[in-house]
Ligand binder design. Structure first.
Ligand code: NDP
Length: 598
């Protein structure tokens, strides 16, 4: 076992190997031969007449952000709510991502929103994607959100009309909606990206991105991971992140040969999934889901609670840190709790956790060299932590090869396969598990520009990073509400907690605007500036931006700019502080910082 100092040296060496001057620019958009990678393969496009209407609330994005916002608006008595999404149905990432084995790493009891309101009991502690997609549809049905919804409809522009105090929503179907209010939950992980490997467009075999899994080629279905079409195929997969960890066990069992091209291994902890007992579920008291969500958030962010209701890998490390600090303070080893004590406890707990994760690789992977290459050498939260009980074991199956690139990545692609270290690997099929665009500008990721008062675009307004009050309201963009984690709680371990809170806040504000007869609601300049100044005080990660191995969590390892921080930070005192603050703000009824104009 390495000492703490030796670990540090190893971590730095592994990070340095992976640093690249092109950072985020190493990725390319699917264009040319791969332009169809963004098409909707799940729902055929049906022609329809353009819609020209006045609506009370246009809800852009029908993923969980739009669904919970729509549901809360309906609960607040606002009936004229219209969902718009480029996808053929609700569900957002769960509509698009139907790869075999797709599931949510966050426990269903806290991840699936509105469980009490819809009366749904998740089947397992961690639910598979088809069940999550069904739940999204259940929310839409329960709250009447399918009525008038515009699916397979992409927004082309969103413009504020000052004269009528309306948003003009134009779409690729020729629609023109005039909306009094607009909510925007377009999500951070929705545009597939590809590795900018030289020659990528010359590949002549079959290819697809994991977010548009080609079952017509592979066989199987989202709820049937037997990919019989691959029985005589040599399949390669680029990428070993959270998506890959979930689909590789199915590929490994199905393909004649599977070649996994790895740049950086994921940290893969135990899953320990299990069914939920209906008898136990029936004993839960009303209000349980709010309590569970908050309990998880408190523990995951290092706080104290009487019980750990969720009990999983997300809360494990923060509880270790917390318990270590308490023990050291009790033993007198640490006199005062401050940043240094926290840092030491963090490092020690993380070292312990990562040693366990590396030992797990040794215990599960038979071939020593393969096991060595599958060990992650970075801190657990540097990259998205993964949890799976079959991924590592997949490398013991005959026909499965790990092609480790020692941090360099795939070098070149040609008509018949992939080149690494001067060696050519011939393939019938190449699967890109290369993730989604993060950190690119608003209009590019959303797919349309938003133009507010006096022709100001959101892209320009956010040129130096996001500016908002509470991550929701934006100056110069009246009656527009953002639904997302950034500049709010920024809770990554349970994204829907951010969305549920944002929805509660937005529905209150809109209901209040209607009550007082306000035509416009807009954040004051002062309130926006003060909130952004607060966000700017966020200390960043305790290890600094450049300590971690590169990835989309840290802008691919470069020193972060003020813009990066504004686009990726939350309340400086953490998620719990934000949730408590925003709950008090919206229930006070003062709506401080907002201007309601009649
Ligand atoms: P990621 O962005 O996490 O992973 C992309 C992968 O591609 C990385 O392993 C990356 O390596 C690799 N890669 C990029 N370029 C090359 C190259 N040239 N050669 C070899 N490998 C390369 O995408 P995912 O789709 O896996 O996950 C995206 C996010 O979606 C997750 O982080 C998570 O937030 C979410 N997700 C959530 C799930 C859930 O349970 N809720 C399930 C699945 C995804 P490197 O690490 O070196 O950059």
């Amino acid at each position: 076992m390495l000492t703490a100092d030796e670990l540090r040296v190893r971590y730095h060496a592994e990070r340095d190997k992976r640093l690249r001057s092109d950072g985020n620019d190493q990725y390319v958009e699917p264009t040319g031969r791969f332009a169809h990678f963004v098409d909707d393969i799940w729902t055929p496009r049906v022609e329809r007449e353009p819609v020209r209407e006045e609506v009370e609330v246009a809800v852009i994005g029908a993923g969980f952000a739009g669904l919970v916002t729509g549901a809360r608006l309906k609960q607040a008595g606002i009936d004229d709510v219209r969902l718009i999404d480029g996808a053929g149905d609700v569900g957002g990432v769960w509509y698009w991502n139907r790869y075999p084995g797709a599931m949510c790493d966050t426990a269903a009891m806290i991840y699936l929103p509105l469980l009490e309101e819809t009366g749904h009991m998740p089947s397992q502690k961690y639910t598979m994607a088809p069940e999550i997609f069904e739940h999204a549809k259940r929310i839409a049905t329960t709250f009447g959100l399918y009525e008038g919804a515009l699916f397979s409809t992409s927004i082309t522009s969103l413009d504020w009309d000052d004269a009528s105090s309306r948003w003009i929503v134009r779409t690729d179907r020729g629609d023109e909606l005039r909306a009094r209010f607009v909510t925007m939950g377009t999500g951070p992980l929705h545009r597939p990206k590809l590795p900018g490997v030289p020659g990528i467009e010359t590949f002549e075999g079959h290819a697809f991105h994991t977010s548009r899994w080609d079952y017509a080629y592979t066989g199987g279905a989202p709820d049937d991971g037997r990919l019989l079409g691959l029985a005589d195929k040599r399949v390669g997969i680029i990428g070993t992140g959270a998506t890959s960890v979930q689909c590789i066990p199915h590929l490994a069992r199905s393909a004649q040969e599977l070649l996994v091209f790895q740049r950086t291994p994921s940290s893969v902890d135990a899953r320990n999934n299990r069914p939920i007992d209906p008898e136990w579920f029936a004993t839960l008291e009303p209000g349980w889901q709010d309590e569970w969500r908050m309990n998880f958030t408190i523990l995951q962010t290092g706080g104290f609670a009487d019980a750990d209701l969720v009990q999983d890998g997300w809360t494990d490390i923060s509880q270790r840190i917390r318990d270590r600090i308490v023990a050291e303070m009790t033993d007198g080893e640490v006199e005062e709790f401050g940043p240094e004590a926290f840092r030491q406890a963090y490092e020690a707990s993380d070292d312990e956790k990562m040693e366990e994760i590396r030992a797990r690789v040794d215990a599960l992977v038979a071939d020593k060299a393969t096991a060595e290459a599958l060990k992650p050498w970075y801190r657990q939260l540097c990259k998205r932590p993964c949890f799976h009980d079959e991924y590592l074991e997949s490398f013991n199956l005959p026909g499965v090869q790990l092609i480790d690139t020692d941090g360099r990545g795939v070098e070149r692609i040609d008509a018949t396969g992939v080149w690494i270290g001067g060696e050519h690997f011939e393939l019938d099929c190449l699967i890109f598990a290369s993730g989604f665009e993060v950190g690119t500008e608003h209009a590019r990721r959303a797919g349309f520009e938003t133009t507010g008062r006096d022709g100001v675009t959101l892209t320009d307004h956010w040129a130096d990073g996001m500016q908002s009050l509470h991550g929701i309201h934006v100056r110069e963009f009246p009656n527009l509400f953002i639904v997302g984690p950034t500049q709010g709680a920024n809770l990554i371990s349970n994204i829907t907690h951010n969305l549920v809170e944002a929805a509660a806040t937005i529905s209150k504000v809109i209901a209040h605007a209607r009550e007082v007869g306000a035509h416009e609601v807009e954040v004051t300049q002062q309130a926006e500036s003060e909130w952004v100044a607060l966000i700017d005080t966020h200390p960043g990660t305790i290890f600094g931006d450049t300590e971690c191995t590169p990835g989309y969590y840290n802008a691919e390892g470069r020193e972060q700019t003020k813009r990066d921080r504004r686009n990726s930070s939350g309340h400086p005192l953490g998620s719990v502080a934000y949730f408590e603050y925003i709950n008090a703000w919206r229930t006070s009824g003062d709506f401080a910082g907002l201007d309601f104009r009649s």
